[in-house]
Design a binder for this molecule. Structure first.
Ligand SMILES: NC(=O)c1ccc[n+]([C@@H]2O[C@H](COP(=O)([O-])OP(=O)(O)OC[C@H]3O[C@@H](n4cnc5c(N)ncnc54)[C@H](O)[C@@H]3O)[C@@H](O)[C@H]2O)c1
Length: 377
């Protein structure tokens, strides 16, 4: 008989869907000691929360997250709400002894992220910051190849996350649909929203960042506020580019924007080392490009690894070799690894502490853009 893992989902938006979907599927593909149970969903509008509960199979609906956190029947709190609620919910959940999975960025800033990390560590509760891209098989394979030393000494790490959804000056700021443009709800613009993903992967694959030099821009200076109905200054960063140095001596180059016409979610990274290079692209997520300088000269070249074989990360759990999986599966893998960690007692990343490290880099990037100088970490 499997143990039950009762889930309290805070939020019923985009991420609540990806996480609910993952908990529904994970037990069908992974052998786990716990069965996730979609117990309670909480959101601001009761009718909408009810509709979400009916669609995904939640047993109960709440509109106040405190009730879910205090409910003794709940084992795991899932934080899938805007960034300004992460710290208060996570700290209350840790005090109540709940396990916590929190969407990224972990918090509005590094100070909040530190308080959250201290709270989960003091309470000794399992915790995870949802940097789901770590668990796309091609990305996990890249990490394995780096750890095996196949690239040798690393010289360059570069990453981009490009979108184009805020180019129109008519897009408002604030409110339920555009909270990402409101500094109070989001903390920052593309730095916390998009670069946080790039930074998490970079720290995981290439180690600590020691200094940054950044530039940000706000292309549309005023937008209508959904709350006040008036034009108000835009405070969040629309675009951000930064250089950095890593502790291993390599150089980094990162860019994120919501003004790259034609790009919806072009997340890419490339790593150049002494013996080879790796490159990945979210739009072609099941492929990993690999150049191995040790190959025989006349056939040497970039190869495109279709990461769908049974011995590739996670792929043995899915269909048959050659058949691709997609975006949603990164969340299934995250759920599987987290649930397995409850049995092994070995924490899996990104932990809150890892999320805090990413947040420290985000803060340093924003400080550097403001001061126009290098910032050390
Ligand atoms: N891992 C990823 O790739 C990824 C992608 C998108 C969003 N995110 C993160 O996930 C979080 C949620 O983003 P989203 O895209 O799902 O947002 P969303 O706008 O789709 O949904 C937000 C939800 O929060 C709820 N909410 C807001 N205030 C609340 C409160 N006080 N109490 C209870 N519920 C409340 C809303 O009802 C809504 O259901 C953010 O932190 C975001 O940065 C991560």
């Amino acid at each position: 008989m499997k143990k039950r893992l009762n889930i309290g989902m805070i939020g019923y938006g985009f991420m609540a869907r990806t996480h609910s979907n993952a908990y529904r599927k994970v037990g069908n593909f992974f052998d786990l000691e716990y069965t996730p149970v979609l117990k309670t969903v909480c959101g601001l509008v009761e009718e909408e929360a009810r509709a979400f509960a009916a669609r995904w199979g939640y047993e109960k609906v709440e509109t106040d997250w405190r009730k879910v956190v205090e409910d003794p029947a709940i084992d795991l709190i899932e934080i899938c709400v805007p960034n300004n609620f992460h710290a208060q919910i996570a700290i209350a959940a840790a005090k109540a002894g709940k396990m916590i999975v929190c969407e990224k960025p972990l918090a509005l800033n590094a100070a909040e992220a530190l308080a959250m990390t201290e709270a989960v560590e003091a309470a000794g509760v399992p915790n995870l910051a949802s940097f789901n891209y770590r668990r796309i098989p091609a990305v996990t394979l890249a990490k394995q190849m780096i750890d095996e030393g196949r690239l040798g000494k690393i010289f360059h790490y570069r990453a981009n996350f490009l979108q184009d959804w805020t180019i129109s000056a008519d897009v408002p700021q604030g409110g339920m649909a555009t909270w990402r443009l409101d500094a109070k709800a989001a903390g920052s613009g593309v730095t916390g929203d998009l670069l946080a993903h790039c930074i998490d992967l970079a720290l995981w694959q290439n180690g600590p960042i020691t200094s940054v030099n950044a530039m940000t821009e706000i292309f549309v200076k005023e937008r209508k506020s959904v709350e006040s109905g008036k034009m108000e200054p835009v405070v969040i960063d629309d675009a951000c580019t930064f250089f950095c140095r890593f502790g291993n001596g390599s150089m980094g180059n990162f860019e994120a924007t919501r003004y790259a016409r034609g790009h919806k979610a072009l997340f890419t990274f490339e790593i150049n080392g002494e013996f080879g290079s790796l490159a990945w692209d979210l739009h072609d997520l099941q492929r990993l490009a690999y150049f191995n300088h040790n190959d025989e000269g006349i056939t040497r070249g970039w190869r495109s690894i279709h990461v769908t074989d049974g011995d590739h990360p996670y792929m043995g759990k899915w269909w048959v070799p050659g058949l691709a999986i997609g975006y949603e599966h990164s969340f299934v893998h995250q759920a599987a690894d987290f649930i397995e960690s409850l049995s092994t007692g070995k924490p899996v990343g990104a932990t809150f502490r890892d999320g805090m490290e990413t947040q420290r880099v985000c803060d340093a990037v924003l400080d550097s853009a403001k001061s126009g100088t290098w910032v050390n970490l």
